[in-house]
Design a protein around this ligand. Structure first.
Ligand code: FA5
Ligand code: MG
Length: 461
């Protein structure tokens, strides 16, 4: 749905994305290869693993308490993506090395939290017509300039959820016991489970995980935290039970399953406090599934619901789908290959059978950073920009696209005399669909080398 225009995004005068036009400027760093992913809406293809995963999670957050939504256009303002959520001006997430800017004031959303304010405002607007709907889930494509490997792709999907409780008085701390009691009563209605949960930290920690003391009582936050944790534990337990069943079915015999374990870890997000991450022990590792917390009251005040409080969470759909279906490479979600697509059916969780494993082709590129980058010097007017690894990734992505499986820094050293810094990256060229020829990979690699010099000013070794 992006228009076809000049070769590099920097040369554009404007973008058309999902029928809307946006002027480009010096902030623009969104290439056509990224825009080509806009509009697939994989999460709406009933037989696609992302849609099957969406439905499974939505079923844990049902109507009428939760409305289940999706967001079509990925273009949001920097206000929506950052400011409203309380991201400080110098937060690294705002950097052009991390985020795809359409222009100075407009980005491809980096998370579904960009829509929190709009959904809180909707809860307020629907107060008379749909009073029971005090929560939502929303799924959408999100975009990040990031590493390249089998679990990272510049476009992925998040689902966000939130639930609010109305407080009886506009005075934030009046009747807080009544609010806490109401939340605890709702907690009592949630299903219980007998899975082992590690949760060693106190709900509130004065430095690491503070109470919003001017707005909330500790009693309320204990109640919201307990409701949040049980809701999300129930959701991941359902998912991992399905995943275990699928694994056992594909093994043919009942396999010895390790009992499911989850744990809560303290976290930080600018728009929640206290905040946590939920991890699951899966195939020998603790795996981060989601981030969550008690919503910052300033955000609710700024979103027309000053007299409500509640929780929010955000999770990566691919990460969950990869373990539900045993999908080994995140690029596969974008495949149009029938050998991939034909393996999935709405409502069914079954193990993916890899249809091919083509040979890997490793190529290294080593270079000296330009002097300004060595010192990490600020990009003074006209000076070199500090080196950022995501820029290497972006160059490789622009040239290799889905033919690159992995990019890894394999060596890094500083020359003892000149203090110049040298980096060596290993690129793994491997298609999911066919065997690449030597000529083809050499051609791609030469282009990568050229662009590294041309765009980053490095000196090849
Ligand atoms: C966030 O994006 C927050 N907006 C989450 C949140 C929402 C917190 C609401 C509190 C309240 P984070 O960057 O950690 O946080 O990403 C959330 C989840 O997205 C991660 O736990 C992970 O499951 C997934 N995720 C993050 N980066 C990637 C990636 N590059 N590829 C695939 N999944 C990812
Ligand atoms: Mg995280």
């Amino acid at each position: 749905s992006a228009t076809s225009t000049p070769p590099t995004s920097q040369q554009r005068a404007y973008f058309t994305i999902e029928g809307e036009s946006y002027p480009a400027d010096q902030w623009t760093n969104t290439p056509d290869t990224i825009l080509s992913h806009v509009g697939r809406r994989l999460y709406l293809d009933d037989n696609h693993p992302l849609a099957i995963t969406r439905k499974l999670i939505e079923s844990q957050f049902p109507n009428p308490v939760f409305g289940n939504y999706s967001e079509k256009t990925p273009v949001v303002t920097t206000a929506q993506n950052f400011d409203v959520l309380g991201f400080p001006p110098d937060h690294p997430g705002r950097s052009r090395t991390d985020t795809y800017y359409v222009n100075e004031k407009t980005v491809l959303r980096t998370h579904t939290s960009a829509h929190q304010q709009a959904y809180f405002q909707q809860i307020n607007r629907n107060e008379q017509t749909r009073p029971e709907e005090v929560g939502y889930t929303v799924i959408a494509d999100v975009y990040r300039r990031d590493a390249i490997d089998r679990s990272h792709y510049p476009v992925f999907h998040q689902m966000e959820g939130a639930m609010l409780w109305k407080r009886p008085s506009p005075d934030p701390l009046a009747h807080s016991s009544a609010t806490a009691a109401k939340i605890m009563a709702d907690l009592d209605k949630l299903p219980r489970h007998d899975v082992g949960v590690e949760d060693p930290n106190p709900t509130i920690h004065p430095e690491r995980n503070p109470l919003q003391a001017e707005h909330h009582s500790a009693e309320e936050v204990e109640a919201v935290g307990a409701h949040l944790k049980r809701s999300l534990e129930n959701m991941v337990i359902r998912i991992f039970t399905e995943a275990s069943k699928a694994a056992a079915a594909s093994a043919g015999t009942p396999t010895e399953q390790e009992p499911l374990k989850v744990r809560w870890v303290e976290a930080y997000f600018p728009f929640t406090s206290p905040s946590w991450e939920l991890e699951v022990f899966w195939q020998g590792d603790w795996l981060e599934i989601l981030g969550c917390g008690v919503i910052k009251q300033e955000l609710l005040i700024n979103s027309d619901v000053p007299n409500r409080m509640g929780w929010a969470f955000g999770l990566g759909i691919e990460r969950i789908a990869m373990l539900l279906f045993n999908i080994p490479d995140i690029r596969l979600f974008w495949s149009r290959d029938e050998r991939f697509l034909s393996q999935f059916r709405a409502g069914q969780i079954a193990r993916f059978e890899p249809f091919s494993k083509h040979p890997a082709c490793y190529k290294d590129v080593a270079f000296w950073l330009p002097p300004a980058a060595v010192t990490g010097g600020k990009s003074a007017a006209g000076g070199a920009v500090p080196f950022h690894e995501n820029d290497v990734m972006e160059i490789v992505r622009g040239i290799g696209g889905d033919l690159v499986e992995d990019v890894a820094l394999i060596d890094e050293f500083t020359h003892p005399k000149t203090s110049r810094k040298s980096m060596c990256y290993r690129i793994n060229y491997r298609s999911l669909e066919r065997t690449l020829t030597n000529e083809e990979t050499n051609g791609l690699h030469d282009q990568v080398r050229e662009k590294l010099v041309g765009l980053l000013g490095v000196e090849l070794r």
